[in-house]
Design a protein around this ligand. Structure first.
Ligand SMILES: C[S@@+](CC[C@H](N)C(=O)[O-])C[C@H]1O[C@@H](n2cnc3c(N)ncnc32)[C@H](O)[C@@H]1O
Length: 267
């Protein structure tokens, strides 16, 4: 059993085995994904991973979609079927499956990987799916469109940059909710620090208010022992994560909150 590499220099597909694989193989594959810090390579990796993604993350007991949807459901005013939801970095649609189970029916999704979007389309739960690379292009929606926006499992190095967060706020209705997750294992702490600085800056600017910051010890099984949080007896081979929930303020001005464009190199 071995990885085969393509042009992106990381292992992309198992060969010599039927779908799936042992837990140690899944760990190797997900660990490889965590190690990619270049967005283009990461999206390419997701394209190749898409057929195996659901079973791999199930093997790792990945709980983020359920935790995020639980958090959102408790705070959303009004009946779920009336809410228009955007699932950013929707992947294969695991968040949509959780939303549908709780009665949410109006679901839109965006993702930067055509392969992941194809899987999401096959799931048949989204009314609208678009290819969109966060950090490089705006979301394909008007200001104030959605009752709630979620982004689960995509806030880390090499994925969605913190600079894209105001774009999520822009498409959220005033008074609407934004639910975000990130991992809090040692290799993601640097990103988490930058993320929290962005979230706090937006709160200080009056764009939104924090409703929840929910640390979770058992987020998903660790891909390596170095990532396990030793501080609780509960961690038991898991890494930790956190769910954030924000409410967009009425009258929030998002335009001025976007990071300034970087000058071209050399100027
Ligand atoms: C770990 S998966 C999470 C998918 C889904 N939200 C879930 O929880 O199962 C991360 C997803 O984010 C997408 N992604 C990563 N960076 C992105 C970016 N900058 N713009 C759009 N999508 C991105 C990937 O293509 C992938 O589908």
């Amino acid at each position: 059993m071995k990885w085969v590499s393509c042009s992106c220099y990381v292992p992309c597909r198992w060969v010599g085995e039927e779908e799936g694989g042992s837990l140690s193989e899944v760990r190797a594959r997900v660990g490889a994904s965590h190690g990619i810090t270049d967005l283009g390579h990461k999206l390419h990796f997701y394209d190749r991973w898409a057929p195996d993604y659901d079973q791999d993350v199930a093997a790792l007991q990945y709980r983020a979609p359920r935790l995020a949807v639980d958090c959102l459901t408790q705070a959303l005013p009004g009946p779920p079927h009336a809410a228009l939801i955007l699932d950013v970095a929707c992947g294969t649609g695991l968040v949509a499956a959780e939303l549908q189970a709780r009665g949410f029916l109006q679901l839109h999704g965006v993702d930067g990987s055509p392969g992941m979007l194809e899987r999401a389309r096959a799931r048949g739960l989204y009314q609208n799916l678009s290819l969109c690379v966060l950090g490089q292009e705006p979301l394909p929606s008007s200001e104030g469109t959605f009752d709630a926006v979620l982004m689960v499992g995509a806030l880390s190095d090499g994925q969605v940059p913190c600079s894209a967060i105001p774009e999520l706020l822009r498409v959220t209705k005033p008074g609407g909710l934004v639910c975000l997750t990130t991992r809090t294992n040692p290799s993601n702490l640097h990103y988490k620090e930058a993320l929290e600085a962005t979230l706090d800056r937006l709160e200080q600017a009056g764009a939104w208010e924090r409703l929840v910051a929910w640390p979770v010890d058992q987020w998903e099984l660790a891909t390596s022992e170095l990532e396990v949080v030793p501080r609780t007896s509960d961690s038991d081979g898991f890494i930790s994560g956190i769910v954030y929930l924000y409410r967009k303020q009425e009258g929030a001005q998002v335009e001025g909150l976007r990071p300034s464009p970087q000058p071209p190199a050399g100027l």
